[in-house]
Design a protein around this ligand. Sequence first.
Ligand SMILES: *[C@@H]1O[C@H](CO)[C@@H](O)[C@H](O)[C@H]1NC(C)=O
Ligand SMILES: *[C@@H]1O[C@H](CO)[C@@H](O)[C@H](O)[C@H]1NC(C)=O
Ligand SMILES: *[C@@H]1O[C@H](CO)[C@@H](O)[C@H](O)[C@H]1NC(C)=O
Ligand SMILES: *[C@@H]1O[C@H](CO)[C@@H](O)[C@H](O)[C@H]1NC(C)=O
Length: 430
Amino acid sequence: MNNLLCLFKVIVMILCLRESIYVNGFGERAYFSDREDNNPAYYISPALQKLEHAPEFVKDWPNISITLGQVSGVTLDNAGRVLVFHRGEHTWDEHTFTNGNIYLGIGKPAIQHKTILIFNETGELLDMWGDDFFYMPHGITVDSEGNVWTTDVALHQVFKFNATNRRVPAMVLGEKFVPGTDDHHFCKPSAVAVLSTGDFFIADGYCNHRILKYNPKGQIILQWGTHNSHSPFSLNVPHALALAENSGVVLVADRERGRVASFRHDNGSYVTSYSSWLMGPRIFSVAYSPVHGGRLYVVNGPNGVVPVRGYVLELASGRLVGTFDAPAGLASPHDVAAATDGSAVYVAQLAPHAVYKFVDERLRDEAPPAPPAPPAPPAAPPATPATLAGAVTSRGGRWAGAAAGAGAALCAGALLLRGALRRARGEPRH
Ligand SMILES: *[C@@H]1O[C@H](CO)[C@@H](O)[C@H](O)[C@H]1NC(C)=O
Ligand SMILES: *[C@@H]1O[C@H](CO)[C@@H](O)[C@H](O)[C@H]1NC(C)=O
Ligand SMILES: *[C@@H]1O[C@H](CO)[C@@H](O)[C@H](O)[C@H]1NC(C)=O
Ligand SMILES: *[C@@H]1O[C@H](CO)[C@@H](O)[C@H](O)[C@H]1NC(C)=O
């Protein structure tokens, strides 16, 4: 009888141990190590096949004869026009910065090409500007008033341009060419996102790994982000931002942690993370559409493990529901933008220099999404750590959280059981 109990205890302990490795370690590694075949490629095609293949690639978009440089950013304005931010004749490589993040081209001319191109939905070039100003374009966004916000990693600055003056910014944050960590400096800032109230977020960026929130006057009202810790606030290159304003969150593409982290946009509280072994260890950008209860459009990047593609996830459940790709394959997508109704998605790519359009015509015909609800507290994590579509697991996210819960419950049960057994046998506690 004693032997039987012992055996039972050992089995429970092994289960607990497995559970904690699965939860604390790298989800995808633990996942694969369960299988006979350790090669991720073995699981990729079946997992991709289970996903919807949408939105679909649009051929020959846009219609331009001019040459793009590295395309770093893409965004949409209120009227559905597409703004593309590219680096013209400049490229970011190992000769661009000193080890101290100082740009090595100081004194040389700014990019002579017009770096901001504006297309209509059918891909006709409507306008272009932004020449002789930028050195190393990164992020671009348009706010609800039509102001264009950009970041430049060489200048270490963030700019707001209004519609009446495309030469002189209406707001400049950061000091030209001077990286820094204080409230008046950035270090390679990557992205901006603007709330309908005019408050805005800056992702700063490649070295400071922090998110800052400002009021419309450009005064800091909140900041968060640490580096090199296991905290959910630990960021490793916050590379892009998106707002799910109706759900009360700002989404951060936390590039080198391979996740999209979600924080309350009012006070910066951590809400959840989105990741999956199928998307891999590097997430470059995220966009959001309120369609179908809220969807995230994500592009990963070169990682040597999983294919480079676009993915569609549900905001509320974290489920991976779709995937999209260019016929020639995405090589180094850098940014993604989505139309409000989800019917069009755009991808900016560094190399080969390109901007791609994808459409989901079914969504265009649907009724518009319900008007934004007042920012609600984020939904509670789902109770069951189900295996998701495409056998998706997630580390550090709500699924891991739920799995941790289940694991903890199991372990707690085991401990109680062991305690009860000990008491029954009069063993000392130590
Ligand atoms: C592409 O743009 C040029 C003008 O720049 C125009 O003449 C041509 O018809 C356009 N092609 C298509 C397929 O729209
Ligand atoms: C895009 O612009 C072209 C040229 O001005 C025009 O013919 C076309 O109808 C426009 N498309 C849309 C969707 O506005
Ligand atoms: C637009 O920005 C310029 C600075 O470039 C500023 O002088 C002008 O007042 C701004 N216009 C509005 C309407 O804010
Ligand atoms: C943010 O607001 C929520 C809801 O009011 C609250 O639960 C949370 O503790 C707040 N977080 C911080 C950091 O103030």
